[in-house]
Design a protein around this ligand. Structure first.
Ligand SMILES: [Fe+2]
Ligand SMILES: [Fe+2]
Length: 395
């Protein structure tokens, strides 16, 4: 009845109501009041005030403690090994084949294949486009994805710097410094690609802003770690892996290959640091809060990266947000991305002690518990990550 009444309203009002409904559903889905206290203000800044879309820099207050240890202990062998590997694995963004021209409209050099979207479903929903328009929409979806990668990389750069200050392992600080450089290089190459090749930049997605804002403002170092090294890095690996496997654009493929190898190290670091902390140092109440926080953030990531920024540009005057949501949400490309992302994320949560019997039914309810027995990041090689396969369960 309500839906019917809504359809009688002018399209602009319908869109605003739909957006408000989505925002409220994000906030009301948070069952744990402590999770609400942590994510709620960021959801307001991101989803309601759209702070990332104001065309001006954002100032996010940070309240964590910097942790010094004047005795310089060699305190974590696995992190020391990651530090050594990271030093050997450095590369220069200038060495990528930037001289190659791009031709996104050529099917052999497109950012995404045409079947990334389900055109038949689109027709049913009222999306009628010429062949040339379809090619342009696919290119815009690719550019939108790359723009979100860039915004995420800026978040990763600043978060990696915070985490390097706050982490309580000396070997973790040395390793963390390499990650700061890695993330700077990722910002450099994605920004350069968007500026010189795609020649377009989409604004930050509101949900991505919310997650980054929440983990930057939280004073607890392990929440920053959980948010950045496990959740956002997991999201990035799923997204980069999907694009790496599907793109036919040679420069982009090379760029993503290099970035993915760095990101595999970053998630590995997150698993090593948090496994020890969560399973041995937190009490049960604190552990439960992290478990709920991770689940809520996963839900923010699952259903909400729906390219509304592309919708606003292409369809806001002729299609409902609900139809767009179906078109993108059920597209084969986005399905593949979600599968890859969660096949990597869920085993990592298990490994760090955030997949107890208490939370498993919630993961089951949203259809993601099937990934619970996969191998965690410390057991997956960079080559396997590049192969883009859904990792098999541990033997
Ligand atoms: Fe990165
Ligand atoms: Fe990273």
């Amino acid at each position: 009845m309500l839906k019917f009444a809504q359809r009688l309203l002018p399209p602009r009002v319908q869109r605003a109501l739909d957006q408000l409904g989505e925002t409220l559903s994000v906030i009301t889905e948070m069952r744990d009041p402590r999770v609400m206290a942590s994510l709620g203000p960021s959801a307001l800044r991101g989803l309601v005030f759209k702070r990332g879309k104001q065309g001006e820099p954002t100032l996010t207050p940070a309240r964590h403690s910097a942790y010094f240890d004047w005795s310089y202990p060699g305190d974590q062998a696995e992190m020391a090994e990651l530090y050594a590997r990271a030093k050997r694995g450095q590369w220069d963004g200038d060495d990528l084949p930037w001289h190659l021209g791009v031709d996104f409209e050529n099917a052999d050099k497109s950012m995404f294949p045409m079947d990334f979207l389900d055109w038949e479903l689109g027709e049913e929903l009222g999306i009628r486009l010429t062949e040339a328009e379809r090619v342009r929409l696919i290119t815009d979806m690719g550019t939108w994805s790359l723009s979100q990668f860039l915004h995420g990389e800026q978040g990763a750069l600043l978060a990696a710097a915070q985490v390097t200050e706050a982490v309580q392992f000396m070997d973790g600080k040395l390793y963390g410094a390499t990650q700061v450089v890695d993330e700077a290089r990722h910002v450099e190459v994605f920004a350069r690609y968007l500026e010189t090749k795609a020649q377009k930049l989409y604004q930050i997605n509101d949900n991505l802003f919310t997650i980054i804002d929440a983990l930057m403002a939280d004073s607890r170092w392990d929440i920053k770690f959980l948010g950045m090294q496990i959740m956002v890095e997991g999201l990035a690996l799923g997204a980069f892996g999907t694009m790496y496997n599907q793109t036919k654009e040679p420069l982009l493929k090379e760029l993503l290959k290099n970035v993915i190898q760095d990101e595999a190290r970053h998630v590995h670091y997150g698993v090593v640091a948090l496994r020890e902390h969560i399973t041995k140092q937190l009490d049960e109440r604190e552990r439960r809060e992290r478990e709920d926080w991770a689940f809520e953030v996963a839900m923010l990531m699952r259903n909400r990266f729906l390219a509304y920024e592309v919708y606003d540009e292409w369809f806001s005057h002729r299609l409902s947000r609900a139809s767009w949501r179906q078109f993108i949400g059920r597209s084969p490309g986005m399905e593949g991305f979600r599968t890859l992302m969660f096949s990597r994320l869920v085993p990592n949560l298990r490994e760090i002690g955030l997949l107890s019997d208490r939370i498993r039914p919630h993961w089951e309810r949203v259809g993601l518990l099937r990934f619970a027995n996969g191998r965690a990041a410390d057991q997956v090689t960079a080559e396997e990550v590049l192969a883009g396969e859904v990792p098999a369960a541990a033997a």
